[in-house]
Design a protein around this ligand. Structure first.
Ligand SMILES: Cc1ncc(COP(=O)(O)O)c(C=O)c1O
Length: 321
């Protein structure tokens, strides 16, 4: 029998090195979730990066800067503090480049993430969840100083912002003629600072909106600026608005987006969607771009989606990314 010729839906890709697949993530329109005909919602699907999150971009950028500056040699140990995605990205990039990876993570990170880290061969050090991200950052630096490890310092390295200015923001500006609002969760602030700056250059009237956990909630790794950990990279003056989202609403939106659009998004993506819908309410027309910084797959074993609103307090004990 003669086999039919395959149809070419995409540009064919030659085999490529894994790390070259970082970035250039798709921007997809969520047509079913748009609340008004004139308001269009777009999600930047960062879960498509090789280790599954936006953090591949910054880890690659920071490590390659250190390499250019001659500060790394094969077999060196890289360390950073993270509640999930940066740790996974660090483990993946280290495997590709021949480094050892160590990560300091706060207690409460879901076991599925720790399993993934160990699978990648990363050494995991726990730190007390009450010490928060600051405690984890301090512990990573302490270990780096004591053992000669290379500390990535995603919370202070300007390369974090640059990776989003040259990558994330550039890609969005190229993909859409005009962005009226950009909605991103705030962790280190790298995404919102870098991509926000690039989008403001393209449209000075863009509204750059940050998403934070509601005060008192440890919303899944998003940092609350009111709780005393302000990332040194964050310049609040560059942000036009901040929305507070609680765990239950973020998880509800995660269910909504998979149920309506078929996208398995992570918890911070749900938080961004929740904020974006509130931004949409205040607009008659325009394009809103949301960061979907990771996919939801790795959280599945913890079954956060099953939680009811009454379980919200328990959810706050877990770091989802
Ligand atoms: C899933 C997810 N969303 C949002 C963020 C926040 O991004 P940034 O650190 O660039 O502010 C992070 C950072 O850890 C993340 O892992």
């Amino acid at each position: 029998m003669r086999w039919p010729r395959p149809r070419l839906y995409h540009m064919l890709m030659p085999p490529l090195p894994l790390l070259s697949l970082i970035g250039n993530t798709p921007l997809v329109e969520l047509t079913r979730l748009s609340p008004k005909p004139g308001v269009r919602l777009f999600a930047k699907l960062e879960g498509q990066n090789p280790s599954g999150s936006v953090k591949d971009r910054i880890v690659k950028a920071i490590v390659e800067k250190a390499e250019r500056e001659g500060r790394l040699k094969p077999g060196d140990t890289l360390i950073d503090a993270s509640s999930g995605n940066t740790a996974i990205a660090l483990a993946m990039v280290s495997r590709q480049k021949g480094y050892n990876a160590r990560v300091v993570i706060p207690q409460g990170v879901p076991p599925s993430i720790v399993d993934l880290l160990r699978l990648f061969g990363a050494e995991v050090t726990w730190c007390d969840s009450h010490a928060g991200m600051k405690g984890a950052v301090d512990e990573a630096q302490r270990q780096a100083d004591a053992n000669g490890y290379y500390a990535l310092s995603q919370f202070t390295d300007e390369e974090n912002i640059l990776a989003h200015y040259e990558g994330t923001g550039f890609e969005i500006a190229e993909a859409l003629p005009k962005v009226d609002a950009f909605v991103a969760g705030i962790g280190t602030g790298g995404t919102i600072m870098g991509a926000g700056k690039r989008l403001r250059e393209a449209n000075p009237n863009v509204r750059v909106i940050g998403v934070e956990p509601r005060l008192g909630e440890r919303l899944q790794g998003l940092r609350s600026l009111s709780e005393g950990f302000a990332s040194p990279l964050l310049d609040i003056g560059q942000i036009d608005g901040r929305f507070l989202v609680d765990s239950a609403s973020a998880l509800k939106m995660v269910r909504t987006v998979v149920g309506t659009e078929g996208i398995v998004a992570g918890v911070s993506s749900g938080a961004c969607l929740s904020a974006a819908l509130r931004v949409a309410d205040r607009m008659e027309e325009g394009n809103i771009v949301m960061m979907f910084s990771d996919g939801g797959w790795k959280y599945l074993p913890s079954r956060p989606w099953d939680a009811t609103e009454e379980d919200a307090a328990a959810l706050d004990e877990t770091h989802w990314w």
